[in-house]
Design a protein around this ligand. Structure first.
Ligand SMILES: [Zn+2]
Length: 602
């Protein structure tokens, strides 16, 4: 039974790193006033990444004591324990956590760097979660160059940041990851708010000043988007970027974000032009920073209070991830960090991703949101045929709403976002709130559009809406893999990852997992090593025999090769929906009316 909250001394965690290369954090948790039967749990997931990860798998050697008396720890579930305690005496728990995941979602520790989320390291003392939590981080021996970066409030720390931090409750502790190491660090102010940017793993060619200047522009553009000249809800913000050989991702938090990128994506000294990789990194920075408002504060009503022990379902990820994806690149354009042509290239890429996903006819973005736990985060060979991304299609829903509102001339999606923020006081919201604000600002209901685009699988009217805003959408010749209806990996051999619904490869009988060895063209056999070899050896032939290996057998399959010309209609067999028949697989976008385009992108 929950007992009434009273002011208590903080729950206290001491984190030590006695032996860095074992990947083990040593944690000592003190609960000053434990319950008679003190329950302890570790989260099964981390907010922002919708998959049950069962962080308890990395927790080991859990021991409990009161004073000098060792207590029994009874495990009651995969992530829960109980300890019978004497009242009025602090309970101390000691355990270690194995930290060998370089992603932003769990924890990492080795001789070069440390990183952790509270969800991986901090047992939750049930009955105390609403009260204050102190986190003491002890500096590892023989690492005098290491520092700490975190969004937590420092209580008593040394110049490197080692010492004690304070969180108002368990949620805040869990929402403030910690970066440890000899990282690069810089600061800037955005609209008066102090921001810190730390980068682990940077090379000597890294242009830190450039990154700071560009991040500052992004942050100022985002703050002005939401608040004009008024103050944002966060008093400080920390970017924690880990640059590695090859990876990409980010996780949003209330006043920080953990990012990971390839080292080659960092801006380089003496390189005036942005590389595509750096533009992608700026998009990631913009995306996670926009989440400071859209999902960390304005958030699904179902996330009003997280249940860390199980899936927290919402049908609104198309709004929180999709609309954030619409604004991430748009704010780069508004911040002057990319030009119109680059913006249209990024928009065409997102559009093509959706058009090349047969699953958009099977699943709505509201369903995709609810199913994130078992589908988006657990992708397999069937994913493109059965699901649609609430990120990419959600961003196109935002685009269609924005352009519809702008075309009608009464309001814009920007105004709707700000009105929603006010209506929900920067807190939990429902789809009904969005519908109400749309109707109120647009002067008419947009229920029909949302029913079609969010709760239906009809094609989005992108071409017409873009044309009204100075952008021409033209079909483009699809890539060979797309023409064949395949996703493959190529490593001196062609391995089939996915066979797309309704395409020539499916009709031929190919299956995910097949190795495509070669083809027979008019009685001549050819070995292929990359997909492009199919076009090379087939030449003008429209009918060939594909040779594939499956489960140790060689199979021969008659394959009809599609024409090279731009596909202006879907391959036959895609359920013959009339609206879809006119939609090409692959498009490009070009500016047709720069004044109209400027009115939208400005
Ligand atoms: Zn996101």
């Amino acid at each position: 039974m929950p007992r009434p909250h009273k002011t208590r001394a903080p729950v206290h965690y001491r984190v030590e790193m006695p032996d860095l290369h074992t990947h083990l954090y040593q944690v000592t948790l003190t609960v000053p006033e434990p319950e008679a039967l003190q329950r302890l749990t570790l989260p099964a997931w981390i907010p922002g990444s919708y998959l049950i990860r069962e962080f308890a798998k990395n927790l080991q050697d859990l021991q409990a004591r009161q004073g000098r008396r060792a207590l029994d720890v009874v495990q009651t579930g995969k992530s829960s324990w109980e300890v019978a305690c004497k009242p009025g005496q602090p309970l101390q728990l000691a355990y270690t956590v194995y930290a060998n995941d370089a992603s932003v979602r769990t924890a990492w520790l080795d001789a070069s760097r440390g990183f952790f989320n509270g969800t991986s390291l901090c047992l939750r003392a049930e009955g105390h979660a609403q009260g204050p939590h102190a986190l003491e981080i002890r500096a590892p021996k023989a690492r005098s160059a290491w520092s700490v970066a975190t969004g937590l409030t420092a209580l008593q720390v040394n110049p490197q940041g080692f010492g004690t931090y304070l969180a108002a409750d368990y949620d805040e502790l869990a929402d403030c990851p910690i970066e440890l190491g000899a990282f690069w660090s810089g600061t800037f102010k955005a609209c008066g708010v102090p921001h810190r940017f730390v980068v682990a793993g940077a090379t000597p060619s890294f242009d830190g000043a450039r990154l700071l200047a560009d991040a500052q522009k992004i942050c100022e553009t985002a703050i002005r988007f939401w608040h004009g000249t008024r103050k944002p809800p966060h008093k400080q913000y920390v970017f924690m970027l880990n640059a590695v050989d090859d990876s990409y991702g980010g996780l949003e938090h209330r006043n920080s974000t953990a990012l990971i990128c390839g080292r080659r994506d960092l801006p380089r000294l003496g390189e005036p032009k942005s590389s595509d990789g750096y533009t992608t990194l700026l998009g990631l920075i913009s995306h996670e920073y926009f989440h400071t408002w859209n999902v960390k504060r304005l958030r699904p009503a179902e996330f009003a209070r997280y249940d860390y022990s199980q899936e927290n379902y919402t049908r609104l990820l198309w709004f929180f991830e999709g609309f954030t994806s619409y604004y991430d690149d748009l704010l780069l354009r508004r911040a002057g960090l990319i030009d119109d042509a680059t913006y249209l290239k990024l928009l065409a890429k997102a559009t093509n991703q959706v058009l090349q996903t047969p699953g958009r006819r099977v699943q709505t973005v509201a369903q995709a949101s609810f199913d994130a736990w078992v589908k988006y985060y657990r992708q397999d060979e069937n994913t493109p045929n059965a699901t649609v991304s609430y990120y990419t299609k959600g961003s196109l829903v935002a685009l269609c709403l924005d352009l519809t509102l702008r075309h009608e001339g009464k309001t814009t999606l920007d105004d709707v976002m700000r009105a929603l923020w006010k209506r929900c006081a920067g807190g939990p919201m429902t789809e009904a709130d969005l519908r109400a604000e749309l109707a109120s600002l647009a002067g008419r209901s947009l229920d029909h559009e949302l029913d079609q685009w969010v709760h239906g699988t009809a094609e989005l009217p992108i071409a017409d809406l873009l044309a009204a805003h100075g952008v021409a959408l033209q079909p483009e010749a699809p890539q060979l893999a797309q023409r064949l209806g395949l996703r493959v990996t190529e490593n001196h051999r062609v391995q089939i990852k996915t066979v797309l619904r309704g395409g020539p490869a499916e009709k031929a009988g190919m299956a995910a997992g097949d190795e495509w060895l070669g083809l027979d063209v008019k009685g001549q056999g050819w070995r292929i090593q990359r997909l492009e070899d199919v076009a090379f050896y087939a030449g003008p032939a429209q009918q060939v025999t594909a040779v594939v290996a499956r489960d140790g057998r060689l199979l021969q399959m008659p394959l009809a090769l599609p024409a090279v010309a731009p596909a202006t209609s879907k391959p036959a067999g895609q359920r013959g929906r009339k609206a879809a028949a006119a939609t090409p697989d692959t498009i490009r976008l070009t500016a047709s009316d720069s004044a109209a385009l400027a009115r939208w992108l400005a």
